[in-house]
Design a protein. Sequence first.
Length: 245
Amino acid sequence: MDLRISTWDTLRRKLKIETEGTWKKRVIRVRSGTRFEAQCFSSSSLEHVRYMGAFSIMRTGASAGPVSIGRFAAVGANFVCAPPEHPLDSLGTSSVFLKSYGWAQGDDGFYDVPRSSRRLLSRQVDIGCDVWIGRDVLIKGGVKIGHGSIVAARSVVTKDVPPYSIVAGSPARLIRMRFDEEICQNLLEVKWWDLDPSWMKGVDQTDVRACLNFLNPRIGSIDPLMPGSVVFGDTDYEIHPGRKA
């Protein structure tokens, strides 16, 4: 659906969703079924973002196909994900065989290019929570980026990235894990990104083991993170209020 910029501005103020550069546009385009949680930020187009979690950031210049971005994720500038895939086993690979372009149609004495039965394929990229993606990264469609992982700048990611791993290169390969196996597993168990972040007050965030020692005996007693959100339909949207104790 297309939102008038005035409608979008009212909506984002209600949910504290920050977007840069929207004053230059007349409409904001989002897809039906898309959900944004409150308190997230993007300075790139949101048209193909299917979900964006609270406290996540997507910097400028993104060229995103269908993508889901978890909570507390940081996506660097010029991010490219899920680019349309062309069939490799057809006569030609050009998109003129796959999409309808007015300039490629034969009328008024111009040549006509028949369309193939194939279409461009776009597969969703799923980015977990607490993920850091550097600038100029390309992620192939269908790839899953695990919770807590880091993708170095200018990497080309062609396969799934395990949770809490650091990958780099073209194609991206494992450099090392962020923490030892025991800590990684414990972090995946406590899922701190699903908890009200007020628990972090008075805890040294630079000492991950200390954070886990604080969390482990308190899981179940810490309030969950329940931000407000907006869900878009074909012609309208619905705001779901959050709950903060």
